[in-house]
Design a protein. Structure first.
Length: 158
């Protein structure tokens, strides 16, 4: 199935240069959230001499056309992914950096509460925390376990 992007690009008069096709293909094949650097590295595996700024410009073009979504996950992390039909939100693990998706139905009443009580129209959420694999941090910080003096000692460097 040809993605609508191919048509959109052509309809808008953008030539489907190999670089543009390649950037698009890299994003489409990945179901991950990729940084501009990761996209570049992947493209360069096939086009070793491609100019990085060409890749960055292509990413911006695709974002501008609404084909690729750019998400800021924290101040220094910027990710690109193919825009989906269904809006989604991001869960970002602060321990391992993993990014997961949640959809509107997972938000429960949050959307309605924000609108009713704050007049705020929710578009996109980014939630920071810890993924299941990383745990909630309670394993080594059990309340009341401080008597033994363990866990609260500052690391001493010898
Ligand atoms: Zn994690
Ligand atoms: Zn996403």
């Amino acid at each position: 199935m040809t993605h609508h992007a191919t048509r959109t690009l052509q309809e808008l008069g953008y030539r489907l240069t190999p670089q543009r096709t390649l950037v698009w293909d890299v994003l489409r094949r990945s179901d991950l959230h990729m940084s501009a650097e990761e996209v570049s590295a992947r493209v360069q595996e096939q086009f070793p001499h491609i100019n990085i700024s060409t890749i960055y410009r292509t990413l911006e073009l695709l974002v501008g056309l609404g084909l690729v979504r750019e998400t800021h996950l924290g101040p220094t992390r910027r990710f690109f992914e193919v825009e989906e039909e269904v809006p989604h939100h991001h869960l970002v693990c602060e321990a391992c950096g993993k990014v997961a998706h949640v959809h509107d139905e997972d938000l429960g009443t949050l959307e309605g509460v924000l609108l009713a009580e704050h007049g705020f129209l929710l578009r996109e959420l980014t939630v920071f925390g810890r993924c299941r694999a990383c745990g909630d941090g309670t394993d080594d910080a059990t309340p009341g376990a401080t008597e033994g003096g363990e866990g609260c000692t500052s690391p001493t460097v010898s």
